[in-house]
Design a protein around this ligand. Structure first.
Ligand code: NAD
Ligand code: UDP
Length: 319
């Protein structure tokens, strides 16, 4: 396949690039580095089936002359501090960026995938969250630039599927972690792992009773590849249903790195969802997919990567 991947220099984009190349595909990565890392592009630059275009897909989506089989739209700031620092750009990439990517897929007759999010469920009142749940989202709060952008992105993806016949896929990704996350992205996994490695107190926002369910990145990538291989257009949750309170998560980090570390409590950010856990029945039935890595295993791999001076590990390009 010839694949155009937006957001290729991001955390998930880099793992997806790695998997696509090792499966024998050709990858054209596109990124403007608003939240991604040049080191993630650097990893693949000498691979014969990888090329990279630096561009903002909201305003300057590249015109590709060669045929494309897949357009995978993963560009968007994803961590709350990043998207709150870039609110308008986040809305633009969910709206105009998604439309530009859909137009590209439509012109090439390519399959399209949207990286949507569990944030479309907002602060959910249904638990765990099945794809049929419409969500509970503050339309103008601090998180709205991300949540509503992704809800619009889903809507326009479905519009292109219904009105233009584009062969679309929509995944709703739940909290995903692993090597190559930006150390300064402000998400709970990177904050706490780095605090623990530096011997600092672990910051827990609120009383730590809010929950998240953490998925290791290679499990997500496997779900993405499987979904591209089936004919299915409704949204699919991809996440690990093992649910932890944030205080329990801090305890797991302490046990893994340094049990002596204190926890400090800081104010809970506005509209922080109180619980989140995917119902993955659809992915199980449709794709025969379920996460394979426990939090313990996945964190072990992540911590090992964060102990290295550079988290972007070199690849075997013979694949
Ligand atoms: P990330 O910030 O590491 O990667 C996103 C990439 O998109 C970055 O490299 C950034 O520079 C690029 N980008 C953003 N706007 C762009 C634009 N206008 N033009 C070109 N490139 C642009 O985040 P991530 O965690 O890798 O997330 C990737 C995708 O998955 C995002 O769409 C995100 O919303 C979605 N997602 C991630 C998670 C998670 O837990 N990591 C959860 C749900 C959804
Ligand atoms: N959080 C925390 N300490 C931190 C960073 C985040 O307690 O240093 C909390 C945050 O308030 C939220 C949860 O951890 O309840 C997950 O936050 P993250 O930013 O990783 O992702 P999201 O809120 O988008 O799920």
């Amino acid at each position: 396949m010839r694949v155009l991947l937006t957001g290729s220099a991001g955390f998930i984009g880099s793992h997806l690039t790695e998997r696509l190349l090792s499966d024998g595909h050709t990858v054209i990565g596109v990124d403007n580095y608003i939240s991604g890392q040049p080191a993630n592009t650097q990893l693949f630059l000498d691979h014969p089936r990888f090329s990279f275009i630096e561009a903002d897909v909201s305003t300057n989506m590249p015109v590709v002359q060669e045929p494309l089989d897949w357009v995978l739209h993963f560009a968007s700031p994803a961590s709350p501090p990043h998207y709150q620092q870039h609110q308008i750009e986040t809305l633009m990439v969910g709206a105009q960026g998604t439309q530009n990517a859909l137009e590209l897929a439509s012109r090439h007759g390519a399959k399209f995938m949207l990286a949507s999010t569990s944030e479309v469920y907002g602060d959910p009142k249904v638990h765990p969250q099945p794809e049929s749940y419409w969500g509970h989202v503050n339309p103008n709060g601090l998180r709205s630039c991300y949540d509503e952008a992704k809800r619009y992105a889903e809507a326009i993806t479905f519009a292109y599927h219904r009105s233009r016949g584009v062969d679309t896929r929509v995944i709703r990704i739940f909290n995903t972690y692993g090597p190559r996350m930006r150390a300064d992205d402000g998400r709970v996994v990177t904050n706490l792992v780095n605090q623990a490695l530096r011997g600092e107190a672990l910051t827990v926002y609120g009383d730590g009773s809010q929950t998240r369910s953490f998925q290791y990145v290679t499990d997500l990538i496997e779900g993405i590849i499987r979904l591209m291989g089936v004919d299915f257009h409704e949204p699919v949750n991809l996440g690990n249903p093992d649910e932890y309170t944030i205080l329990q998560f801090a305890e797991v980090i302490r046990e893994a790195i340094n049990p002596q570390l204190p926890v400090v409590f800081e104010p809970l950010p506005q509209d922080d969802p109180m619980q989140r856990k995917p119902d993955i029945s659809r992915a199980r039935e449709l794709l025969g997919w379920a996460p394979s890595k426990s939090l313990h295993e996945g964190l072990g791999l992540t911590v090992a990567a964060f102990r290295q001076p550079q988290t972007a590990a070199p690849l075997d390009h013979t694949a």
